[in-house]
Structure formats: structure tokens, C-alpha cells
Design a protein around this ligand. Sequence first.
Ligand SMILES: *[C@@H]1O[C@H](CO)[C@@H](O)[C@H](O)[C@H]1NC(C)=O
Ligand SMILES: *[C@@H]1O[C@H](CO)[C@@H](O)[C@H](O)[C@H]1NC(C)=O
Ligand SMILES: *[C@@H]1O[C@H](CO)[C@@H](O)[C@H](O)[C@H]1NC(C)=O
Ligand SMILES: *[C@@H]1O[C@H](CO)[C@@H](O)[C@H](O)[C@H]1NC(C)=O
Ligand SMILES: *[C@@H]1O[C@H](CO)[C@@H](O)[C@H](O)[C@H]1NC(C)=O
Length: 449
Amino acid sequence: MHLFLTFILLLIATTTTTAIHHDYVKLQLIHIKPFKTPSDILLFDTHRIHSLHHRHSLKTPLISGASIGSGQYFAGITIGTPPQNLLLVADTGSDLTWLKCSACRTTNCTSNHPPNSAFFPRLSLSFRPTHCYHPSCQLVPHSSTHCPRPHHRYHSSCVYDYSYADGSTTSGIFSKETTSFNSSSGKTTHVPNLSFGCGFQTSGPAVSDSGFEGASGVMGLGRGPISFTAQLGRRFGNKFSYCLQDYTYSPPPTSYLVIGGGHDVVSTNNNMVQSTPLIHNTLSPTFYYIGIQSVTIDGVKLPISPSVWALDEFGDGGTVIDSGTTLTFVPEPAYRQILTVMGDRVKLPKLSELTQQFDLCFNVSGVFHTRFPRMSFELVGDSAFDPPPRNYFIDVAEDVKCLAIQQVISPSGFAVIGNLMQQGYLFEFDNDSSRLLFSRNGCGGGPRS
Ligand SMILES: *[C@@H]1O[C@H](CO)[C@@H](O)[C@H](O)[C@H]1NC(C)=O
Ligand SMILES: *[C@@H]1O[C@H](CO)[C@@H](O)[C@H](O)[C@H]1NC(C)=O
Ligand SMILES: *[C@@H]1O[C@H](CO)[C@@H](O)[C@H](O)[C@H]1NC(C)=O
Ligand SMILES: *[C@@H]1O[C@H](CO)[C@@H](O)[C@H](O)[C@H]1NC(C)=O
Ligand SMILES: *[C@@H]1O[C@H](CO)[C@@H](O)[C@H](O)[C@H]1NC(C)=O
């Protein structure tokens, strides 16, 4: 009898889990190209990476302090009751989801915040500020004196304060709201109690319009417990996937962010799927680290010591996969090797002067088809990520193609696989099994090269 009951309970538990995890949310990712020239990209990336490093000094291990505005891929969010629609930067390099907020009682009270450019909490019945004594308030950075004496406690909201390396800041009230999605089951699913930052003050270049290109906040997809994916994972399964389509195609194919399990593409094309462990860095819990073992170019392994790629005991080094950085950054010794070998193998005239800050550029005038060398990152877990050359040789001017890889900026920095390098691959970040799955065949549609 006891066994039988256990069996039934197990069955119920399994069925429920399966039912939940087959439901998922699919959001369109909108690519916005805010850059006029490739050197703007580099400027932006450099800026962003400095901000990513800045988190070390924040001393708030649960939050990255990372995201600096424009990641280039935006996703919509439907939030509040009645629902308000906003566009957010989708960022795997930060945890906190925050929105620009307006205290107005009508959507037309200020020209600073026209409708859909900010969230209007006063127009939502489900908006709940988090109390400053609530344990979740400890998950966001704030000034130490923000919670007043106990007799005020019933009126004190959790005020968060987020600053970026370039001096940009966003601060406001850490809050809870109901978000809605059209999930794969066809139903509109309401997820109550999404924790997010309601940003009443935002200032500085990182979050201003030029860096932000019309976004109203950041959707933090990082690995920490308050990220959007961590919170939705409790409902849909602790994984998410995306496929960044090549935006140089015309018209560009649609890119999607899928939150939750049961995503058919990864599971049905199993033989085409590779995987590598996601490495946890306790000193930087926001980031998705992967382990590079070696790099090959046209099948030849470059003489780079494995220690070049390793995470050290201070939490420095390692390689992060990031949707919000455009170019790819590798440590100096690896950079030199890649540059030398690529330079030798491409039989095209090199441009001698520095072109748009890139060290290796070719004149492709009159060249209709060149076979560029094939680079492959050999990863921990016997897998290989070998993106097509168009992911790392980019057009920077008429008839000029450059190697879109840069050297890691600071000596304590980490390598970054940027979004250009990720194009055309489906990536699934599975937090429960701590694995990154990837497949060249998972994007569906869209040409390949
Ligand atoms: C703002 O909207 C409210 C109703 O939503 C309307 O009554 C009011 O006249 C509008 N004000 C302006 C300046 O348009
Ligand atoms: C769900 O889909 C309907 C119809 O396409 C649309 O009107 C609605 O805004 C969507 N809701 C959400 C939360 O995306
Ligand atoms: C979610 O919020 C509702 C109020 O909107 C509250 O009653 C409920 O307890 C909350 N649930 C969780 C899991 O925090
Ligand atoms: C991922 O797992 C870790 C524990 O390994 C947990 O602390 C974290 O909240 C999880 N993050 C997400 C995004 O699910
Ligand atoms: C590339 O080569 C063509 C012809 O060989 C030449 O006319 C052109 O100026 C070169 N472009 C650059 C940027 O050097």
C-alpha cells in the first residue's frame, strides 16, 4: 500500500513536472544596429567590458552591476495589470531586470516618458514595491543606509542603486509585478511576482537614448537567482535558448529567445547537438563561463598554453559567452597566434594601416569568392564550436574585410564570445544540468554558409 502510494505520488509529480516543462515562452529578438562604423562597435564593447569588470568593486556578489545599455538584441515584455508593453535589452551578462519608470498617473503627463517608453506603476493594479526588510532586497545593490529606523518600516521600499563604470546610474524601487506571456500551449500565462527594478532615476550615456536606442530597460538573463530566466525558470524550466540570426542577410531572419524546457529544436535534432559544461565562478555568479581547451585554424592546433584560457583562483580569466558584447575578445597570447596564422593563410592583400581599430584587414576588391580559414574552438567535454568565417571576418568598409576579434583589454580580464561569433547557432543554457548545448542546425530557416 505504501509502495503503491509512493508510486502514485511519483507519477503525479513526474506528470506535473513534464506538463510544466513542456510549456515555454518564445519571444522575438529584435536586432537593432546602433553603430555607424565598426570602430563604434569596438568603443561600445570596450566600454561594456570595462563595466563587466567593474562588478568586482561593487562587492555585491549576487549582482553583476554589469549591463551597460545596448546589447543590440531587444525583447518585448508585457507587464502590469492592465498590461503595458515595453522593449528591453536582452542581456546574458547581467541579472537584474529593470525598467525606466514614470511616477505619472497618466501616460501623457510628461514628454520624457511617452507611452511604451517607460513603465507607469501607478496605472497598474498589480505593482508591489518590495519592502526594504524583505530578504530579496539583499539581492540588489543599494546604499547601506537605505532602510530607515524600524518604526518607519511599514513605509520603506527597497531602493536599489546601480552604477556603471562610465558613471551612468539607475536607481529606483525594487518591486514585484505580474508579467504575461503567450506560452507555447497557446494560453496567455500570467507570472505573478516578477522581481524587477523600477528605475525612477536613470542618467548617463550607458542608459541614455544613444546607447539604448529606444529600449526601456534591461532584461537580465544572467545566471544569478534574480535574473529573468531564473525567475521564469521556476515556472517553465531552468533553461533558455536563443538563436541570433545573421543580421547582414536581407531581409534578416527573425531571432528568438525561448524560455523554458520542451523546446523541440534541441531535443529533436539530438545528433547535431553538442554540449559543454557551464562553469560556475563563485566570484562572478552572473556569467555563463565555458572552457576553451584549444583553438584550431584549418584543422591545425595553435600552440597556446591551456592556462591562457583558465579561470584563476581570484576568479579572473576564463571565457564568457555573452549576448550583449558584439566582438569576440581573446587573451593576448591567443590573439597573437590567431592573428599570425590568419594573416599567413589568407592570400589577399593586407591593409597595412590600422583600419577601424582592427589589426588584420584585407582588400577584397575584385575578389568574388575567397575561402577564409576555418577557426574552431575546442571546448571542454569534447565538443567543438566552429562558426562560419562570416562570423569573424566582417565588412568594415567598401572592399575591406577585417578579423573581428580583439585582444582582452585588462590583464585580469576574461575572454568573451560575442554575439557576432554566435550567429546562426542555437544555444541552450541549461542551468539545472549546468550545460551549454549548441547546434548549427537549430535555428530553422535562414541561409547558411
Ligand atoms: C491625458 O490623458 C487623460 C486621460 O487619459 C486626458 O483626460 C487628458 O486630457 C490628457 N492630457 C493631455 C494634456 O493630453
Ligand atoms: C498574445 O497574443 C495576442 C494575439 O496575437 C496579442 O494580442 C497579445 O498582445 C499577446 N499577449 C502577450 C502577453 O504577448
Ligand atoms: C505573489 O503575489 C501575490 C499577491 O499578488 C501573493 O498573494 C502571493 O503570496 C505571492 N506569491 C509568492 C510565491 O510570492
Ligand atoms: C542556476 O543554478 C544556480 C545553482 O547552481 C542557482 O544559484 C541559480 O539561481 C540558477 N540560475 C538560473 C538562471 O536558474
Ligand atoms: C584595394 O585594391 C584596389 C585595386 O587593387 C585599389 O584600387 C583600392 O584602393 C584598394 N583599397 C584599399 C582600401 O586599399
